[in-house]
Design a protein around this ligand. Structure first.
Ligand code: ATP
Ligand code: MG
Length: 417
């Protein structure tokens, strides 16, 4: 029998890889809370219409990448390719459209049927933030500032990651721009990739996002939206830029930034790195004022971003260290019951504690070293509550009352909590 492997495009998170992953999620969750973002968890699969309606029927995600299937009852369900649609669906389903603004953070797995490559998987993970119910440019800037703050906390600096900013304008600006793009790309039709020719009819803006080398010259020569912005759209964009300066977030304008999904307007942005080859976007987002209405709610402005956890985890410098527990070692078999009791007391004091399941003292000590224990506590059979605490890094060793060991260990591990 061929050995079982993870399904193509999926991967196991174990050991250092898991710790990197969790560090990204924990840090972003903590910082999101300081900006008043509250975590939601929506289902991993939804009624297919949640995505087909919201992502638009021309996006790559909907046309090529969705994991859609009929369940046993014949309902069409889809593994979520992203979480913004699910959050907006949840806002409406839970009657929260009158309780705005809502500032939502999420973290979890997403599913896209893509060709697996470095930094591109079929099951991957995203963290994300959505600010729903604020139409002001300040909201866009705050959401971006949160993203930047998270990237900074993960150790990225302006040398590593650049915020690229653009506006897609309002409806009127976009319609005018769209017409200009159709004119331009129609004149280069023969040079375009097959996908881009299809986009020409349905969503010419998307051609700007093409990853095909063949499209590059026509994309480079394409007009930008600047000349087509209405006064209101320009004022909005200026507001976002001014507020980004107030938040202290550096950015670079890039008129080629469009979002892969159909529901965006005004602000579009990506945090980009050169360190991951073609998969250089680590965080991406924008304003999506039409989406809540698409889910059956009232017209509701919203802005947010999503970031790929795998890509961020790969870019982290040193991997976060694993927890180094206290190893409790009964000196003889007669001391085992007492050692179990001490192990439990340590755990009740929030101290990670381990006791090997078997073996003499030497074997148990080997095991303690193998799991990277930071301290060892030797428990003798009869010692009237006195045990021996050993610092396994320095080798220092003391006889101490059990209560003293508990107090010291509690203090020692408090930082980790
Ligand atoms: P790309 O242009 O790389 O395909 P995208 O525009 O499809 O990205 P978004 O839908 O904006 O990506 O998702 C936000 C972030 O999620 C991306 O910037 C990336 O970090 C991550 N991401 C998207 N697709 C994948 C994937 N298949 N595997 C790993 N991470 C991904
Ligand atoms: Mg994609």
């Amino acid at each position: 029998m061929t050995p079982l492997q993870p399904a193509r495009g999926t991967h196991d998170l174990i050991g250092e890889e898991f710790r990197r992953h969790r560090h990204v999620v924990d840090a972003s969750r903590r910082i999101a809370a300081t900006y008043g973002f509250v975590e939601w968890a929506t289902p991993v699969f939804e009624d297919t219409r949640v995505f087909s309606r919201s992502l638009g029927d021309t996006s790559d995600v909907v046309t090529k990448e969705m994991y859609t299937f009929a369940d046993r009852g014949g309902e069409s369900v889809t593994l979520r390719p992203e979480n913004t649609a699910g959050i907006c669906r949840a806002l409406v389903s839970n009657g929260l459209t009158q309780t705005l603004p809502q500032k939502v953070f999420y973290a979890g797995p997403m599913f896209r049927y893509e060709r697996p490559q470095k930094g591109r998987y079929r099951q991957f993970h995203q963290i994300g933030a959505e600010l729903i119910g604020a139409a002001e440019p300040l909201a866009d800037a705050e959401v971006i500032a949160l993203g930047w703050h998270i990237l900074r906390a993960l150790g990225f600096d302006t040398d590593d990651v650049v915020l690229e900013l653009n506006t897609l304008g309002d409806r009127e600006s976009r319609d005018a721009y769209r017409a200009a793009l159709v004119d331009h790309f129609a004149a280069h039709r023969d040079a375009l990739s097959e996908d881009s020719v299809a986009r020409l009819e349905r969503n010419p803006l998307r051609i700007l996002d093409s990853k095909e080398a063949r499209d590059a010259p026509a994309v480079a020569a394409a007009p930008t939206i600047g000349a087509h912005l209405t006064e209101a759209a320009r004022a909005f964009y200026d507001g976002v830029k001014a507020h980004l300066a107030h938040f202290g977030v550096p950015f670079r304008e890039n008129p080629r930034i469009v979002r892969g999904l159909d529901y965006y307007s005004h602000t579009a942005f990506e945090f980009v790195t050169t360190a991951l080859g073609a998969q250089g976007t680590v965080m991406a987002g924008g304003r999506y004022d039409g989406l809540v209405e698409e889910m059956g709610g009232p017209p509701t402005p919203a802005v947010g971003w999503a970031a790929g956890v795998e890509r961020l985890a790969m870019l982290l410098g040193a991997a976060p260290a694993s927890v180094r527990p206290v190893a409790v070692l009964p000196v003889s078999e007669a001391a085992e019951a007492d050692a179990i009791r001490l192990t439990q007391q340590l755990r009740q004091h929030d101290v990670p504690a381990e006791m090997a399941y078997r073996g003499n003292l030497r074997r148990r000590m080997e095991r303690a070293n193998r799991i990277g224990a930071r301290f060892a506590v030797f428990v003798p059979a009869e010692a009237a509550g006195i045990v021996q605490l050993k610092d396994l890094d320095s080798g220092a060793q003391h006889d101490l009352p059990r209560d003293e060991v508990l107090a010291r260990m509690r203090h020692e591990y408090r930082r980790e909590a």
